[in-house]
Design a protein around this ligand. Structure first.
Ligand code: SAH
Length: 341
């Protein structure tokens, strides 16, 4: 695995991006310096080769096929971080509402309109898990929503949940690749990617597809794990930072990471508008300690042991996520923009 996706966080991406601006503060417009030379794309030779992409996709599909049931049993239908007030004392019962709050904060950050004339009518959920966001957002806006995932188990579970919640005529899910979406150009008023971007081996292709399927004037929301932005004097992350992220990549089926500035630069290169980003790392801080705590309960441990090696290996690296956030290497980022009319 190391050899496969190896070089995670290494030269693959960081070499492409020189002289990044320094860290940015929450809700502030980015001041990233422009990408120089080849973008973050397989075409430019900057990402893993196609055979490796196929292996990565297979690994992602198997990982979520195997682990989604365990997650749902313990944490429910949302497979993403919660959004908390910084330094809040958090009760176990707060976590589901924190996950809903994450969705609401993201919609608000992107200024998605709520009034009946302008609210989104057609939504795509790219990397949909078992469809928690899709169903929530579809209900909120009374919109149709299409979700895609690499995991057949997730797609089936998402459709079953939609049916049991009376949403079968509004939302639907299928197995499809975010890098080659089965949708026509300009279909969606809202393009939603909640914690799937980190799995994408070709970030340029990823954001290009998000932009392609967005309708003119449509909103794109990417909430994703990034590595820290590089300072002007840096060419890449430090070796110990790369080693930490490599271990996380191996267990969670992630290719090379990129920074928030990398995303901003890519969106700019596609001439998208109103590009905004923020660092929400502090707002997600209670999440991983809570997940670890729930994994250590009797229910958590028995479900983990019944699941399989991929899930167990994922659980074992959870403390490294906390370490990465604490050391400032990992950033929890939101990046939003609008497709020109
Ligand atoms: N957004 C969901 C799930 C996040 S887990 C939620 O918030 O609940 C990451 C998801 O990304 C999984 O469903 C996984 O299958 C999906 N994913 C990863 N790479 C993908 C790709 N190339 N194409 C489509 N989905 C992908």
């Amino acid at each position: 695995m190391r050899a496969l996706y190896g070089a995670c966080t290494s030269a693959l991406l960081t070499n492409a991006v020189t002289r990044q601006s320094s860290l940015f503060s929450a809700s502030k417009q980015q001041s990233c310096q422009r990408l120089r030379g080849g973008a973050i794309s397989a075409k430019g030779g900057m990402a893993v080769a196609t055979a490796d992409d196929q292996r990565l996709k297979k690994g992602i599909a198997e990982f979520y096929d195997e682990s989604s049931g365990v997650w749902e049993n313990i944490w429910g239908e949302h497979m993403h971080h919660g959004f908390y007030d910084p330094d809040a004392v958090v009760q176990i019962s707060d976590h589901r509402s924190a996950q809903i709050r994450m969705i609401e904060q993201a919609l608000q950050f992107a200024s998605v309109p709520e009034d009946s004339q302008k609210k989104p009518r057609s939504i795509v959920d790219v990397g949909c898990g078992i469809g928690g966001s899709s169903r929530y957002i579809s209900r909120k806006y009374e919109a149709e929503c299409y979700g895609i995932t690499l995991s057949p188990v997730q797609a089936k579970r998402a459709n079953d949940l939609a049916a049991s919640q009376g949403l079968a005529n509004k939302v639907s899910f299928e197995v499809a690749d975010a890098l080659n979406q089965p949708f026509p150009d300009g279909k969606f008023d809202l393009v939603w990617s909640m914690e799937s971007g980190e799995h994408m081996p070709d970030k340029l292709k990823f954001v290009s597809e998000l932009a392609r399927v967005a309708a003119p004037g449509g909103t794109i929301i990417i909430v994703t794990w990034c590595h820290r932005d590089l300072s002007p004097s840096e060419e890449s992350l430090r070796p110990e930072e790369k080693r930490l992220l490599d271990k996380i990549c191996d267990a969670f089926y992630l290719p090379a990471w990129c920074s928030t500035c990398d995303y901003v630069n890519l969106l700019e290169s596609l001439s998208l508008q109103d590009i905004k980003s923020a660092d929400w790392s502090e707002n997600v801080a209670p999440f991983w300690p809570a997940v670890i705590k729930s994994a250590l309960t009797w229910e958590g441990l028995t479900s983990l042991l019944q699941s399989g090696w991929k899930t167990i290996r994922g659980a074992l690296v959870m403390p490294l996520m906390i370490e990465g956030f604490n050391k400032g290497v990992i950033k929890f980022s939101i990046i939003t923009c609008r497709k020109p009319e």
